[in-house]
Design a protein around this ligand. Sequence first.
Ligand code: GTB
Length: 217
Amino acid sequence: MTIVITAFERSPDGGKGLARDTRVRWALEEAGQPYEVRLVSSRAMKEPAHRALHPFGQIPTYEEGDLVLFETGAIMLHIAERHAGLLPVDSNARARAIAWMFAALNTVEPPILELVTARFLEGDKPWTKERMPLVVDRIHARLKQLSDRLGDAEWLDGAFSAGDLMMASVLLRLKPSGILNEHPNLVAYVARGEARPAYIRAFAAQLAVNAGKPPAG
Ligand code: GTB
């Protein structure tokens, strides 16, 4: 059955690979699963045809036969559970890898999203300048905890897993800000993720869509 995902017709990041379809592309590449991409404009995303797939009118979505999924975490877990390569066979190690996926989405990404909100949605508010150091401090506090746990290890819990894929994807969002640079082991961790052939293919595929197009506003 052909897997079809959706992605921005024109990503706001102009091809930096930061939109969430890259996470799904990466997971599918790690799993060795071919897929097709349906590009959706910002307007079409909010129309009934797309809202039938995604109640919140966003990307990515995932279609496979009768199955329609939204939410990147759910999509990645579905891929990881059905194909080898993203979750350990041992049931305890598997549960821990899933815990890291949740940690990436529920514990590490929220303060990072606060920064995105503060910069891009509230950048013109009079209180933003005062608030920004608090937002950045909260990110550093979380990164320090993550950095302490990772230490000198290659991946978060033994072999590379969907937990690392999600965590590296979340940390990648910080790359343009330079905030990650204060945590060298996390910089190296993200670089290991980016060096994986599956990530390189996923990044190139999204770049092929967005290269040469001016970033969406
Ligand atoms: N919780 C959902 C999930 O994990 O799947 C969140 C999905 C989501 O935020 N989708 C965004 C979207 O469709 C694209 S990825 N936005 C359009 C809308 O809501 O109308 C988020 C994103 C967007 C842009 C950048 N960027 O430019 O760097 C990075 C990430």
